[in-house]
Design a protein around this ligand. Structure first.
Ligand code: HPA
Length: 263
């Protein structure tokens, strides 16, 4: 079974609402990066609460939204708000946006997230294309015994070239999946660093596993919103995520638009 059955009802509802068929790209917007949706023209917004089979989210302040419309004359769909495993969703549910993007026939998938930087050459505000993932920390769910067919490196490299074309410097690196919801301990980050992780976050890996299984052209962009525990002095503070995201939101929007056009 390539896709969960219940999706056909969700998809019929969304098509009735005007969801484009075979959009150029689907974009999943990570913490603090939701403002990208403001750049979508002729847009329709549907709150997750109103979409059949969408689970309730515990996102502060609002329930998340699916937005569709146009970027540079191309049809796109964007998920503002995602489902995290640490909120109590099973791993399949955390990949729901990927299943919908595939069902809609999206040609590209652009996943974004906020991460803590582990690589000491990285700085807060850096963008990183994920070229490999580490999933040592996910418990024993059968979901993770699914094979991971890597196509990330190819697209990460291509995305790096496209970023350079518009004058943006981006890293390419490996993403360590952490279960959360709390930030990691300094000792965990020390271990992750020795293992070769460049950044750590609490999402994206289930989405990438499914995107690779479904053979989707996918690029994953991480924004370093803070240095991970113990990498630099000082306490971690969740307000850093918003601050870093705000400082790069224009570049992020330019980058995603360029990827939609040229990936
Ligand atoms: N750890 C895990 N997830 C994160 C972090 C972090 O330091 N920063 C943003 N998301």
């Amino acid at each position: 079974m390539p896709l969960p059955d219940y999706l056909s009802q969700t998809m019929s509802f969304l098509l009735e609402q005007g969801l484009p068929e075979e959009p150029e790209a689907a974009v999943i917007l990570g913490s603090g990066l939701g403002e990208f949706a403001e750049t979508i023209s002729h847009s329709t917004r549907i709150t997750y609460d109103d979409i059949p089979y969408f689970p309730a989210t515990s996102i502060e302040g609002h329930s998340g939204e699916l937005i569709f419309g146009e970027i540079s004359g191309k049809q796109v769909m964007a998920f503002s708000g995602r489902f995290h495993h640490y909120e109590g969703h099973n791993f399949e549910m955390t990949a729901l946006p990927v299943y919908l993007a595939k069902s809609a026939g999206s040609k590209k998938l652009i996943i974004s997230n906020a991460v803590g930087g582990i690589n000491t050459r990285y700085c807060v505000g850096d963008l990183m294309f994920i070229d490999s993932v580490m999933r040592l920390n996910h418990g024993s769910s059968p979901f993770h015994s699914k094979p991971f067919r890597y196509n990330l490196e190819v697209y990460a490299r291509k995305a790096g070239e496209l970023a350079a074309e518009i004058g943006l410097k981006a890293q390419c690196g490996s993403y360590m999946f952490a279960k959360g919801p709390n930030y990691e301990t300094k000792a965990e980050i020390r271990a992750f660093r020795i293992m070769g992780a460049d950044a750590v976050g609490m999402s994206t890996v289930p989405e990438l596993i499914e995107a690779s299984r479904l053979n989707m052209k996918t690029v994953a962009i991480s924004l370093i919103t803070n240095m991970a525990a113990g990498i630099v002095r000082g306490k971690l503070d969740h307000s850093e995520v918003k601050k870093a995201a705000d400082s790069r939101k224009e570049d992020f929007a330019r980058l995603v638009t360029h990827l939609i056009e040229h990936l």
